[in-house]
Design a protein. Structure first.
Length: 116
């Protein structure tokens, strides 16, 4: 996944590290420890990618998909695993990549399949 490639490059400290020691804030480029992989949020990326795809496939239920994704994404901030910017960046990646893939011939075939 694209965000998994970015995490060790950007290596942003998680909020829990900052709460334990305020000097542990910001970016520690090219680190691979879990405490350094806050940006971007993989949960937000996945949640918004799925919600976006489902909204394209089943537009009548798009509010449900988007609310569910928002709950997942916001929970990452609430439990202290991510900063709001991490979640917004992850959501952006999820939506942009899904919309880009939705323009492929394969996705158009899925949309035109019977029963969808």
């Amino acid at each position: 996944m694209t965000v998994d490639l970015l995490k060790p490059i950007v290596a942003r400290w998680r909020p829990k590290a900052f709460l334990a020691d305020p000097s542990q804030y910001g970016f520690a480029f090219f680190k691979t420890a879990r405490i350094h992989n806050s940006f971007p949020s993989g949960h937000a990326t996945t949640a918004l990618a799925v919600a976006c795809a489902m909204a394209l496939l089943f537009p009548r239920l798009r509010v449900l998909w988007l609310v569910a994704a928002a709950v997942v994404a916001s929970s990452r901030v609430i439990i202290g695993e991510h900063y709001p910017g991490d979640v917004l960046a992850g959501a952006w990646f999820g939506v942009v990549i899904t919309l880009a893939l939705s323009r492929t011939a394969w996705f158009r075939e899925v949309l035109e399949a019977p029963g969808v």
